[in-house]
Design a protein around this ligand. Structure first.
Ligand code: ATP
Ligand code: MG
Length: 561
C-alpha cells in the first residue's frame, strides 16, 4: 500500500497556515487533530476531515492528533473507538504516540470550570432544560437572565462540587458560563458547560456523574494538546466566539485558531452518524460495514482502496461553502485506481450453457491470458477451454436486432482468448426458456482471429463448465433512490431506500484461478466491472465477490457536457 503524499493542492486553510508561519505564529509549528466522537463508525465525510488534518501535518512536518471526543457516555462505545483507529490507519495515516481522549482531561476540565466560577464567569443554574430554552430567547428576541445568575461564588463552588459528588439527580442542575443574555449569537447566551449524568463512561466508569459539554471540552482539549489550527466543519462557525471566549477567560497553555470548512455531502447518500445508526439498527443494511454504507469500513469491504478515497478527497478540495458532491466522482476515483491495479479475470454471473458440438469430448486446451492488458509485468495465467462452456445469459438473444453483436442463432462471435463460435441451435425447457446453446467452433480461429480475414464484431467472455468454480456475487446499487434523501421535505430519509440496492447471485461461474482469491483481493471481471473477494465470507473453493463498481463511467460523461 502506498502512503499519502506530502503535498496537497492549495486551499484557503493552507493560505492561513502559510501566513501564520510567515508571521512566526506558534513558532511556525503546525499541530492539527482529528476529533471523532466514538458514537459510530467513520464515514466518507470523516475521510475528508482525516485527509485534511493528517495531510496538513504531513505537509508542514507537524503532527496530527487522534482525539476521541468522548464526553457523552450514553452514546459511546469501545467498539467504535477500535473501528475508528482501524479506519484511520487503513486510510494510511499515523498518529504516532498522539492518541488522546477528552476523558483523560476530565479532572483538568473540572478545574477549569471551578476557575471560571472563581472568576465570576460561571454559575450553577437550577432551571429545567425547558426553562433554560425559554429564557434563552430567539434570534429576534433577547434572552432573559436566569434567577440563579447572581448566585455567590461560594454558593456556586459548593453546588458544583456537590454536583460532582453525585448529590443531585440528572437534569436538576447545570453549570453555565456567564456571558451575555442579549448577545445576537445564541451560543453566547449563558451556554451550559456541565451537566449531571449518572451514566457509566466506557473509560472512566462511574468516577464521574457530571460531564462537560462539547463546546467547553473541545477548545480546552485543543489548548491542553497544543493544537495550533483547530479545523472543524461549518456548523461550528457560530460557536467560534464561545471557543475564543472560554480560552480568553482562562489561563490556558495556548489559544488555537478555529477554522471552519464545508462538510462533504454525497448524492444518493446520507452522512450523519445518527441516520447511519438508524439504518443499522432497523436492519436496512447488514451492519456498519455493509458494502452499501458510506462508511469507511463499508467502502473497504466493497473493494475501495485507501488510495482511491484519498484521491477523491483531494479532487473535491476544501471550500468554505457547503455543496453536494456527485457520488459518480467517487466511483470515478475507484475505477481509475482499480483499472491500474486490478488483475483481469473471466467470470460469468448468469450462466448459460454452451456445447461446442464439433469440439472433441474430453479435450482440454489452455489459453494464455494476460493478467493486465497494460502491465505485462503482472504476467499471464492459463485459462482452460473445453467442449462445454458457460457464457453470460445476456450475451445470447434468440431474436436479435441487427445491432446486437453477440450470440444469436446463426451468428458468429469471438470467445475471448479462444475461438470463433457460431450458434447452431437454442435448446429450450418446457417453459420455453433457453437452457443451452449448441454451437460450432472454427479450429482455424485459435487465438481469436481468422486466417481468411473474416471479422466478427463481438467478443464475449466465458468459462469452461467443468473447470469453473461456483461463486456467489453480490451486486450493489445506490442505497437511495433520490439525490439528497436527507433534505426531501415532509419525508423520512428511509422512505427513499432503494429496494434493489442489493442483488445476490448464487450460481455464478468463475475461472479456476479465482477459487483461491484472497479476502479483499480485487479483480476486473472482463466486461462486467470491478469485484473484490468479500473479507468476511469468501472461502477458498467457495469465493464470494462484491461488486465494487461497474465499468461504466458516468462521471466522464458528466464532465463532457
Ligand atoms: P455526524 O454529523 O456524521 O454525526 P459529527 O460531526 O458529529 O458527524 P464527529 O465524530 O464529531 O462526527 O466528527 C469528527 C470530525 O469529522 C469533526 O471534526 C467533523 O467536523 C468532521 N466531519 C464529520 N462529518 C463530516 C463531513 N461530512 N465532512 C467533513 N468533515 C466531517
Ligand atoms: Mg460531532
Amino acid at each position: 500500500m502506498s502512503t499519502p503524499e506530502a503535498t496537497q493542492p492549495s486551499n484557503f486553510i493552507r493560505h492561513i497556515i502559510d501566513e501564520d508561519r510567515l508571521a512566526g505564529k506558534n513558532g511556525g509549528r503546525v499541530v492539527t487533530r482529528f476529533p471523532p466522537e466514538p458514537n459510530g463508525f467513520l464515514h466518507i465525510g470523516h475521510a475528508k476531515s482525516i485527509c485534511l488534518n493528517f495531510g496538513l501535518a504531513l505537509d508542514y512536518q507537524g503532527r496530527c492528533h487522534l482525539r476521541f471526543d468522548d464526553t457523552n457516555p450514553c452514546k459511546e462505545e469501545v467498539a467504535y473507538v477500535e473501528s475508528i483507529q482501524e479506519d484511520v490507519r487503513w486510510l494510511g495515516f499515523d498518529w504516532g504516540i498522539h492518541r488522546y481522549y477528552a476523558s483523560d482531561y476530565f479532572e483538568q476540565l473540572y478545574n477549569f470550570a471551578v476557575e471560571l466560577i472563581r472568576r465570576g464567569k460561571a454559575y450553577v443554574c437550577d432551571l429545567t432544560p425547558e426553562e433554560i430554552r425559554a429564557y434563552r430567547g430567539t434570534l429576534t428576541e433577547p434572552g432573559k437572565g436566569s434567577p440563579f445568575r447572581n448566585r455567590s461564588m461560594d454558593e456556586n463552588l459548593d453546588l458544583f462540587s456537590r454536583m460532582r459528588s453525585g448529590e443531585f439527580p440528572d437534569g436538576s442542575r447545570v453549570l453555565r458560563a456567564k456571558i451575555d443574555m442579549d448577545s445576537g449569537n445564541l451560543n453566547m447566551r449563558d451556554p451550559v458547560i456541565y451537566r449531571i449524568l449518572h451514566a457509566t463512561h466506557h473509560r472512566t466508569g462511574d468516577v464521574w456523574c457530571i460531564y462537560p459539554m462539547y463546546d467547553f471540552a473541545h477548545c480546552l482539549s485543543d489548548s491542553i494538546e497544543g493544537i495550533t489550527h483547530s479545523i472543524c466543519t461549518l456548523e461550528f462557525e457560530d460557536h467560534r466566539p464561545l471557543y475564543d471566549w472560554i480560552l480568553d477567560e482562562l489561563e490556558v497553555p495556548c489559544h488555537p485558531q478555529q477554522i471552519e470548512f464545508a462538510r462533504l455531502n454525497l448524492t444518493y447518500t446520507v452522512m450523519s452518524k445518527r441516520k447511519l445508526l438508524e439504518l443499522v439498527r432497523d436492519g436496512h443494511v447488514a451492519g456498519w460495514n455493509d458494502p452499501r454504507m458510506p462508511t469507511i469500513s463499508g467502502f473497504r469491504r466493497r473493494g475501495y482502496t485507501p488510495e482511491s478515497i484519498r484521491a477523491f478527497c483531494e479532487r473535491i478540495g476544501v471550500a468554505k461553502r457547503d455543496s453536494l458532491v456527485d457520488v459518480a466522482l467517487l466511483e470515478f476515483s475507484i475505477r481509475e485506481d482499480l483499472n491500474e491495479r486490478a488483475p483481469r479475470a473471466l467470470a460469468v454471473l448468469q450462466p448459460l450453457k454452451v456445447v461446442i458440438e464439433n469440439y472433441p469430448e474430453g479435450q482440454v486446451e489452455e489459453f494464455d491470458a494476460p493478467n493486465h492488458p497494460g502491465r505485462p509485468e503482472l504476467g499471464n495465467r492459463k485459462v482452460p477451454f473445453s467442449r462445454e462452456l458457460y457464457i453470460e445469459r445476456d450475451d445470447f438473444m434468440e431474436e436479435a436486432p441487427k445491432k446486437f453483436f453477440r450470440l444469436a442463432p446463426g451468428r458468429e462471435v469471438r470467445l475471448r482468448f479462444a475461438y470463433f463460435i457460431t450458434c447452431r441451435e437454442a435448446i429450450k425447457d418446457a417453459n420455453g426458456e433457453v437452457v443451452e446453446l449448441r454451437c460450432a467452433y472454427d479450429p482455424e480461429t485459435r487465438g481469436g482471429s481468422a486466417p481468411d480475414g473474416r471479422k466478427v464484431k463481438g467478443t464475449i467472455h466465458w468459462v469452461s463448465a467443468s473447470h469453473a468454480v461456483k461463486a456467489e456475487v453480490r451486486l450493489y446499487d445506490r442505497l437511495f433512490t433520490v439525490e439528497n434523501p436527507a433534505s426531501e421535505k415532509d419525508a423520512n430519509f428511509k422512505d427513499f431506500i432503494n429496494p434493489e440496492s442489493l442483488t445476490v447471485l448464487t450460481a455464478c461461474q468463475v475461472e479456476p484461478s479465482l477459487a483461491q482469491a484472497a479476502p479483499g483481493a480485487s479483480y476486473q471481471f472482463e466486461r462486467l466491472g470491478y469485484f473484490c473477494a468479500d473479507h468476511e465470507e469468501s472461502r477458498p473453493g467457495r469465493p464470494v465477490f462484491n461488486r465494487t463498481v461497474t465499468l461504466r463511467d458516468t462521471w466522464a460523461k458528466v464532465q463532457e457536457k
